[in-house]
Write a protein of this length. Structure first.
Length: 341
């Protein structure tokens, strides 16, 4: 029989480790690693934007706000927009994106990006930081648009859509039914377009309906001679524009005049189209003023004219437009061409 030492047996038993002890030790190491990684992650992003954040496709995660602002100003001077179009019934008009400049504030965008992962409870912040790092997030900052450019694009499309109403016409025994007209509410269309741009989804095609207004045709019936040839033999007269001061006499073709008119009864004039036409006409009629150039001959004491003086002229667009409107209202065949020297 061997003598046993109870103290020695107890000491040997204390050195034995079960698999559960190793599992607990390994779990503790993993926990310490995770806590250390989390602490380093939070320390690294203390004054930086969390990883995974981008603006307009430009990654700015891991940058300070100052560095993000510099990166955005260099890489993203204007914000890219998805395709934009206006539509009505079966027609669609794509808008040129170069005429819809979307501007944004890089400083405000960087501040908004910095707040991602920093709002809510600790668990909410941590969950959002993990989502940013794993899935990423493209932030869309508030955008500003040039309303003048948007209105110009809408007015161009509205000019193509507008048509005046046509009264019922009777030629002998043949009756041509009335045709309703169509107008475009530019302000309503512009408002819907601006709202769609503000509430758009990233990379989604923006389609905005054109706000149209149906126009009733004139109530009276236009009765024309029984012989249609009588109508063809009397084409509509042009509208003359006369300026007695400079001796100018221009004639506007009836087709050109029809571009200015929405409806005849009641008479509605497209002021934007009329102004565009007169602005282009003003460029053609403009003549700059010029001073005379003289040369003195000391031998003879005479003066030689090298270049004669010239009185300048320019078209008064507003006054001429008012004169044309008055002529159309009164049914006149001529209007004053208002020129200024």
């Amino acid at each position: 029989m061997y003598a046993t030492d109870p103290h020695h047996a107890q000491e040997n038993g204390s050195l034995r480790r079960s698999p559960l002890d190793f599992a607990a030790l390994f779990s503790g190491l993993i926990l310490l690693t995770l806590l250390g990684t989390l602490a380093f992650w939070q320390f690294w992003h203390a004054n930086r934007i969390y990883a995974g954040v981008s603006i307009g496709g430009v990654p700015i995660g891991g940058l300070t706000r100052a560095a993000a602002v510099a990166e955005l100003r260099e890489t993203l001077p204007t914000y890219p927009l998805p395709p934009v179009s206006l539509y009505s019934d079966q027609q669609q008009w794509p808008l040129p994106t170069d005429q819809i400049d979307a501007t944004y504030d890089p400083i405000d965008a960087a501040n908004r990006a910095y707040l991602l992962g920093r709002q809510g409870t600790f668990s909410q912040r941590l969950a959002q930081q993990i989502r940013l790092a794993v899935r990423g997030h493209d932030l869309t900052p508030p955008l500003e648009y040039d309303v003048t450019d948007l209105r110009y694009v809408v007015s161009q499309i509205a000019g193509d859509m507008r048509r005046p109403g046509r009264a019922q016409t009777q030629v002998g025994e043949i009756v041509v039914p009335a045709q309703p007209g169509l107008d475009v509410d530019e302000d309503a269309t512009l408002s819907m377009l601006a709202n769609a741009l503000e509430t758009r989804a990233n990379d989604a095609h923006i389609r905005v309906p054109l706000a149209t207004i149906p126009l009733d045709p004139p109530a009276q019936i236009a009765r024309i001679a029984a012989d249609p040839d009588a109508l063809l033999s009397q084409p509509p007269l042009p509208l003359r524009l006369v300026d007695s001061r400079f001796g100018l006499d221009l004639a506007l073709d009836p087709n050109v005049v029809n571009r200015f008119v929405f409806t005849r009864v009641p008479l509605r004039v497209d002021l934007d189209e009329l102004e565009r036409y007169l602005t282009a006409l003003a460029d053609d009629l403009f003549v700059p003023s010029r001073d005379a150039r003289l040369r003195f001959n000391p031998d003879t004491g005479g003066v030689t004219i090298i270049q004669s003086s010239q009185v300048g002229r320019e078209l008064d667009v507003d006054a001429t437009g008012a004169a044309i409107q008055t002529a159309l209202v009164n049914g006149a065949t001529s209007a004053e061409l208002v020129m200024r020297s």
